[in-house]
Design a protein around this ligand. Sequence first.
Ligand code: PAF
Length: 261
Amino acid sequence: MDVFRTLEEWRAARRSMRGNAGFVPTMGALHEGHAALLRRCRAENDLAILSIYVNPTQFDDASDLERYPRTLETDLEIAADLGMDAAIVPSYDELYPDGFRFRVDETRLTRELCGAHRPGHFTGVLTVVLKLLNLVRPKRAYFGEKDYQQYLLIRDMCLAMFVDVEIVPCSTVREADGLALSSRNARLRGPARALAPRLHELLSSELEDGVVARRLAEAGFSVDYVETRDGRRFGAASLPGDGGDVRLIDNVARNAKEQGA
Ligand code: PAF
């Protein structure tokens, strides 16, 4: 696997690449959830490319950015073992030559669900993803459904901006007890780790959103929201973890019976 640590090298190499490219943007700290995206990308495309970049503009909380796990060398080994052709590991200065002067501002869904609790988060996500898609020019890009709101926003941004790419949603990968895999889970210990699967369990139940939120709070979660919309129930809640609270998000498809419908 070729590793590109500057965009100058990457752009020169990209010009001579032939065939359809698949792309998986990541922030590193790769786990089985990422591995599933990388495998699918590898299987479905001539060229399989990932990026590893902890994007500061999407962190609304400076301490969350500081604590975000950074495991670059292991990540590169995992990606190489999965047969990826290229990894791009850019720097802030190269990715944001404008100092984040230009940004992608979506005016509806970025204000709801996680967006209502993490101001600016999705503007940072959309901006960096648009930059990366322009740099990689993939035929397909792969995103996990754990971050379903992110997937919807990226899909809609590409339609709105005429970015010629297929945005491929991939099923959430879970631990045996139902907890959705996330790089942040590593900071959950003992009782908090044991409690964490309750989020998925309660979101999957037939209880009403308000009851789910109450049950989570009673169990010890600090709840941001539980909300059903467009055939899906979304939830975000935090538990105490190593070095501060760990915010968990999850969502489950709902059939016909929708809250308030
Ligand atoms: O889902 C993530 O890991 C990030 O939000 C992404 C898409 C790589 C953008 O930084």
